[in-house]
Design a protein around this ligand. Structure first.
Ligand code: NAI
Length: 326
């Protein structure tokens, strides 16, 4: 078994390499992303291991199939970047890591919310410059506020628990509602209308793409805080920007961005960013952007590496794997 790892960073190699050596799997780490131009790097491999911004479309899958690649192993939960139905037609199995630490993502969502509501991002910069003024740093209590959680799966549920700990009232919307104590399910529009804070935790699908859009701005409470740690395309970036500019949105906390693939995970501090929407959002005092880092905890990375290797070995041995994307 030989695996080509794409879009790898030092923190991936640190956790994967010892486990790969132990399992006797041969491997190659590439820092480039998988796409039509560099799919050739998978030649001679039985599997490719990809992350959230690798492009695994029909063209790439055709090439992988030609090279005899049998497994596409996502080292993440979301799989919207892989044409998994086409891969199945080509006899390639797609696997993912459905859960590695819902706590990592839910805790990051709460970190962003607290940073935003208590203006920690501003205070940190001020005190480093020995500016101890509190002018403009007034926040608001989370206690007693209503949070609307959209998607109440593994991450949404942990986020709900955290919010309950803060004494918040929880409303929820999910295509498949669960039975969660002290959580009231409502229609999406009702959640939009009644929430002081909205947090997105559902997957990106045709149904959920731009579920927050320009039309939504007419439904939300003025001053609502938007949190998106799921996938950028759930919240239309132009609608977010419009909401911020017209002050309908009080703040936005974004760990994901619809067009993130050209920017996130890279140091572009010396470059001119040609995405005006991203630049404008980042320039706003009430927008916090992190670079798709919600998953990035030691615990999550260990779990990702273990499950990914286990997925590949299980499929290779012909056994049933519970993490196949179908
Ligand atoms: P999950 O599968 O446990 O939960 C997803 C929930 O969304 C389910 O309850 C499902 O019923 C609901 N859902 C599906 N379609 C829906 C629709 N059309 N409308 C409303 N709800 C719908 O997934 P989990 O583990 O909670 O992850 C959620 C998302 O978080 C992933 O799909 C992924 O995109 C994102 N994620 C982001 C990370 C980051 O680093 N920022 C890391 C891990 C996941």
């Amino acid at each position: 078994m030989k695996i080509a790892f794409f879009d790898t960073k030092s923190y991936d190699i640190e956790v994967f390499e010892p486990k790969l050596k132990q399992s006797k799997i041969r491997y190659k780490f590439y820092d480039t992303r998988l796409n039509e131009d560099c799919v050739v790097l998978a030649k001679g491999c039985d599997a490719v291991c990809v992350f959230v911004n690798d492009v695994v479309n029909k063209d790439v899958i055709d090439q992988l199939s030609e090279y005899g690649v049998k497994i596409i192993a996502l080292r993440c939960a979301g799989f919207n970047n892989v044409d998994y139905k086409y891969a199945a037609q080509k006899g390639i199995t797609v696997v993912r890591v459905p859960a590695y630490s819902p706590y990592a993502v839910a805790e990051h969502a709460m970190s962003l919310l607290l940073t935003s509501t208590r203006k920690i991002h501003k205070a940190y910069i001020r005190t480093r410059d020995f500016n101890f003024s509190l002018q403009g740093l007034t926040g608001f209590d989370l206690h007693g506020k209503t949070v609307g959680v959209i998607g109440t799966g593994k991450i949404g549920k942990v986020f709900i628990d955290i919010c309950k700990g803060f004494g918040m009232k929880v409303l929820a919307y999910d295509k498949f509602p669960a039975d969660i104590p002290d959580v009231e399910y409502k229609t999406l529009d009702e959640v939009y209308r009644e929430s002081d804070i909205l947090s997105f935790h559902c997957p990106l699908t045709d149904d959920t793409r731009h579920m927050f859009n320009l039309g939504t701005l007419g439904k939300i409470k003025p001053g609502v805080v938007i949190i998106n740690t799921s996938r950028g395309a759930l919240t239309d970036a132009d609608a977010l920007l419009e909401g911020i500019k017209t002050k309908k949105i009080g703040a936005a906390c974004l760990d994901v961005y619809e067009e993130e693939s050209g920017y996130f995970y890279e140091d572009l501090s010396d470059s001119i960013i040609d995405d005006d929407t991203l630049s404008r959002l980042i320039s706003m005092p009430n927008v916090i952007v992190t670079s798709h880092q919600a998953f990035l905890t030691k615990e999550a990375l260990q779990n990702i590496a273990e499950t990914t290797i286990d997925n590949v070995l299980t499929i290779d041995s012909g056994k049933e794997c519970p993490n196949i994307v179908i």
